[in-house]
Design a protein around this ligand. Sequence first.
Ligand code: KG4
Ligand code: ZN
Length: 375
Amino acid sequence: MKIDKNVENDGVIFMSIKENNEEASDTAHEGDVTILAIESSCDETAAAVVRNGREVLSNIISSQIALHTVYGGVVPEIASRKHVEKINGCIRAALSEAGLTLDDMDAIAVTYGPGLVGALLVGVSAAKAISFAKNKPLIGVHHIEGHISANFIENKDLEPPFVCLVVSGGHSHLVVVKDYGEYEIIGQTRDDAAGEAFDKVARAIGLGYPGGPKIDKAAREGNPDAFSFPQAKIDGAEYDFSFSGLKSAVLNLINQAKMQGQELNQADVAASFQKAVVEVLATHAINACKEYGYDKLAIAGGVASNTSLREFLEKECAANGISFYRPSPVLCTDNAAMIGAAAYYEYKKGVRFDLDMNAVPNLPLGDRERRFHGR
Ligand code: KG4
Ligand code: ZN
């Protein structure tokens, strides 16, 4: 992946992401489906142009992370306001980098849930306005289905069925991708999502926000065996996760050290915590592949960019004869190319939303209502 980065006057990072292979053909072919995709569910405003689900013609991300860092987490109101400021610029940049106009688009796709309602509404309103003004089909995409579909972009040969470990700031799911757009959830978290655990522990040990990347970096200097943290197993639901016990164990360790006036090694705590999370995630995923009889495992979501998780799974998959798929880190965290990838398969199914499309903050994964009678 080639990433062009610019920090704007307001501290927002503007990125243009390109795939390394320059095979993307300049000319469209008969039957090609070109989609403008929009994502604004959390703190990244993003727009991309994607052809036939797998060819990314442009991928623009405007990241607000720096604005939220001072508050120690995403402030929904600030996120919504920045999305409003940035969305048109992102869409314009995505079209211009693709060398196309709105008239060249076959459909407009947008994340309509799950996420922060005010943030989602910005993308949804922009997509509806374009769909109405240009009379283009409108496709609502599930954010997590987008994360899963990020795997199709760099792995042109990957096709369902396969197992996918989805680990983001709000979700930890183990799913079987039975077909395009068809998901069977076989495990999920009972409490915190994996990313949430990274963020909370990072705050507790003084690393700050965003926690995942900071723990990832600090852990490289630490000893993963310095502390032994619990790895929760849930009776009768062997693919479910629980991270709240692990989080409490880290907090207890910190409090005890404080009371005894001891100094804890931050890198050692980070590395030991990360090891506990990574081992649980990876073992569940490998066991699911074996039990359900799949020889392909993909990972998705922000936590899927974690170096240790990627290394661990690479080894374990090789040892168990499983092909391992993982998007480049920049396609694991929020972006619109993944929304364009998911939207293509929805478009092929005939999914069409109407202008009554609304943001759905708690949109469920798997069994969700699909619209076939819209624009
Ligand atoms: O998928 P994502 O960008 O947004 C959501 O849909 O939630 O995921 C964000 C989450 C945050 O909790 C962040 O701390 C975590 O992904 N994350 C990581 C890493 N990079 C991002 N966690 C562990 N290691 C990383 N390198
Ligand atoms: Zn996400």
